[in-house]
Design a protein around this ligand. Structure first.
Ligand code: SF4
Ligand code: SF4
Length: 155
């Protein structure tokens, strides 16, 4: 599964480099957060143990590592792939599931704080288009299922 989403050749280079460790805000501020260790285990085929680690959810997706990377690849891709795999296996923090459910239901990641908006003189938030989002999401799910079935029948 990880094989399909990651470029191992580029990751090998990344495993030897480590240059962006010092500009990654999570590396600098969160004890134990170290994509170099995750990448090392991915390359060694030992990535499973990271699927239950909170560290794979601590990447801010700030893209600093991609911006400075000479191969425009590395830390972020490894962490994203691990999160995707964990989510597919249903191993994700409860708040991630809550956030996703809310997004599907309302197209928002949180409810607007109406008293605070009123105090600041902000208008009513616009409708989110949640109906359209739900329809798109259902279409996407249907397409994914069809692709999955087509892959299985071609095996
Ligand atoms: S992401 Fe790029 S700069 Fe950062 S460690 Fe990997 S190869 Fe080096
Ligand atoms: S995208 Fe993630 S891994 Fe890359 S610098 Fe930001 S926090 Fe660090």
């Amino acid at each position: 599964m990880l094989d399909a989403t990651l470029n191992f050749k580029l990751l090998e280079m990344c495993g030897r480099c480590g240059a962006c460790f010092s500009i990654c805000p999570s590396c600098v501020n969160i004890p134990g957060y170290d994509p170099r260790a995750v990448i090392k285990d991915i390359l060694a085929g030992n990535h499973e143990k990271w699927l239950t680690s909170r560290h794979i959810w601590e990447c801010l997706e700030c893209h600093h590592c991609l911006e400075i990377c000479f191969q425009h690849y590395g830390f972020e891709n490894a962490m994203t792939s691990m999160r995707t795999l964990a989510a597919k296996k249903g191993i994700h923090p409860a708040q991630v599931k809550r956030g996703w459910d809310m997004l599907v239901k309302t197209s928002r990641l949180g409810e607007p704080a109406m008293p605070a908006r009123k105090k600041l003189g902000l208008p009513e938030p616009k409708a989110t288009g949640s109906e359209e989002f739900r329809k798109l999401y259902e279409l996407l799910k249907k397409r994914r299922l069809e692709e999955h079935q087509a892959d299985k029948s071609g095996e």
